[in-house]
Write a protein that binds this ligand. Structure first.
Ligand code: GLC
Ligand code: CA
Length: 556
């Protein structure tokens, strides 16, 4: 396995709109990020991933791009960006951007032109189809955000495809001009010195010939079999790598929607020269059966272990993964996988021990380093995310769930949970802005904030700082071979990792009860490298673990 800066580095995802507002208009911005670079450096993260910062009407908060080579005015100017990039590099960190290549905004010049007439030279930048015989959409494809994936255009009497909102028309990658446009945009940023891209829904760019109807199966399966992994996908990815990424010291991180452990190698095996790494959805969706706001299943530790295991086995030696347990599309990590109440601090720290000792690049999301939790939105008026709003409104029509239940479901799973402003201190709006923020601040900012945790040696924040530093100093955390112990234990996650002469043992109590772990030999307390409690009680070969206690022992 080839070692590399992007494998060992820790990625920290910034959702710029919610990170820090420097000019007090209620919206986070690039200068806001510049103000916090010292904070990020002190956290020992290495690679900053910015969610989209390009011009956008913000139907989907920047994931609908109207100009790939310009900065969204709300976020600042190109000068601000250049300064941010320079200052990130000055601190020894890297910066990657979010490339949305599957679709653009309907307010992009390309689409505005394409809509003008069937013979417009941009028409073929998008997917247009005639209506079905009954005048309805050309097939039964559903948008990820509800409703048909086709929108009727009365000027031409045709439908265009949008797998996301109708303001996000899908680009037609069959058209070589489209591919060149995207490659040019990538070169524009790479030439400035950016260190790579996170590639938004990249498995969706090649559409199936003839746009066949989707079978009547769960939405996850439809994504895998009908929307993602299209016939020309790998040809495009190879071309993109060959023409663009491989010419720079940069990497590509794919959002692995629709990728499973069986076909992952096709994307990331190094000899295929397509993408450098991906994060899959199996962990992020381990409690989600068919899709958001559908039935879900309770968290199951053995299931989580098997997910990690099957992916490890699948990519073994040849491919590389990024490990994420939260991002801007899911509810807060601690509210899903830990305990955001009584054992808030212990469980947040334990989750980091687990994440930082899994194989792959550690991929963190803003605010998790202080244990930010889900928010309760009191009424539909407080919802900002288009996915949640569409679900809510569709449900008003179908009356599938009572309104109160729909809001409850949104509060449990909705994306706004992860998008509330970062809580910097206990002043107005958590120090994010003195203006009214674009999305409500979680009222728990009085308790949960960076300033308070900065001073507290036992805080989640200081635990992150300490552990991320230790991870840097120990290759075994990142590259070690994995050996499971008591795989079927439903309450504890226990494993060894080995690299050369280095060996660590990780022991995690995944619940709120005290639990005993009996080791195969005497436990030597001097081997404790990481512990999320002040003490660890040990008697001979038995360890008594507190609720959500996690330890890493360094065995030599
Ligand atoms: C990705 C993004 C998500 C966005 C969607 C459409 O899944 O992470 O936020 O809504 O793509 O671009
Ligand atoms: Ca601002």
């Amino acid at each position: 396995m080839e070692l590399s800066w992007f494998k060992k580095g820790t990625i920290y995802q910034i959702y710029p709109r919610s990170f820090n507002d420097s000019n007090n208009d209620g919206i986070g911005d690039l200068r806001g990020i510049i103000e916090k670079l010292d904070y990020l450096q002190g956290l020992h993260v290495d690679i900053l991933w910015l969610s989209p910062i390009f011009c956008s009407p913000n139907d989907d908060n920047g994931y609908d791009i109207s100009d790939y080579c310009a900065i969204m005015p709300e976020f600042g100017t190109m000068e601000d960006f250049d300064e941010l990039l320079q200052k990130t590099h000055d601190r020894g960190m890297r910066l990657i951007l979010d490339l949305v290549a599957n679709h653009c905004s309907d307010e992009h010049l390309w689409f505005k032109e394409a809509k003008k007439s069937k013979d417009n030279s941009f028409r073929n930048y998008f997917h247009w189809r005639k209506p079905a015989a009954d005048g309805g959409p050309p097939n039964n494809w559903k948008s990820f955000f509800g409703g048909s994936a086709w929108e009727y255009d009365s000027t031409s009497g045709e439908y265009y495809l949008h797998l996301f909102t109708k303001k996000q028309p899908d680009l037609n990658w069959e058209n070589p001009k489209v591919r060149e446009e995207i490659y040019d945009a990538m070169r524009f940023w790479l030439d400035k010195g950016v260190d790579g891209f996170r590639m938004d829904v990249i498995p969706l760019i090649s559409k199936r010939d003839g746009y066949p109807d989707a079978p009547d199966v769960g939405f996850r399966k439809i994504i895998e079999d009908v929307y993602a992994n299209g016939p020309r996908l790998h040809e495009y990815l190879r071309e993109m790598n060959e023409k663009v990424v491989s010419h720079y010291d940069a990497f590509s991180l794919a959002e692995g929607v629709g990728i499973n452990h069986n076909n992952a190698g096709l994307y990331i095996n190094c000899d295929r020269k397509e993408l450098n790494m991906l994060y899959h959805f199996d962990v992020l969706e381990c409690t989600i059966v068919n899709g958001k706001f559908e039935e879900d299943s309770p968290f199951d530790l053995v299931n989580l272990k098997s997910i990690f295991k099957r992916w490890r086995d699948a990519v073994h030696e040849k491919g590389w993964l990024a490990n994420a347990m939260g991002n801007h599309d899911f509810a807060r990590m601690i509210s899903r996988f830990g305990d955001d109440k009584q054992y808030w601090s212990a469980s947040a720290k334990m989750l980091l021990i687990m994440q930082s000792t899994q194989n792959g690049t550690l991929n963190l999301y803003q605010g998790d380093e202080i244990g930010m939790t889900n928010i309760v939105l009191e009424s539909v008026g407080e919802i900002k995310d288009v996915q949640s709003l569409n679900f809510y409104n569709e449900n008003l029509e179908t009356k599938r769930y009572p309104k109160e239940l729909a809001l409850e479901m949104i509060n449990k799973e909705g994306r706004d949970n992860a998008r509330t402003p970062v809580q910097w201190n206990d002043e107005i709006n958590g120090g994010f802005s003195i203006a009214n923020p674009w999305l409500k601040v979680n009222p728990n900012y009085l308790d949960i904030n960076v300033k308070k945790q900065d001073k507290d040696p036992d805080s989640i924040l200081n635990f992150y700082r300490g552990l991320l530093k230790i991870r840097k100093e120990h290759d075994v955390f990142v590259y070690g071979d994995f050996e499971e112990i008591e795989f079927n234990n439903p309450n504890m996650y226990i494993y060894n990792k080995m690299l050369g002469n280095d060996k660590i043992t990780v022991i995690l109590n995944f619940g709120s009860s005290v639990i005993y772990y009996k080791s195969s030999g005497e436990i030597d307390k001097s081997t404790i490298l990481v512990n999320n409690y002040e003490t660890l009680s040990v008697e001979n070969d038995t360890m008594r673990l507190q609720p959500y206690q996690g330890v890493v022992l360094k065995m030599n």
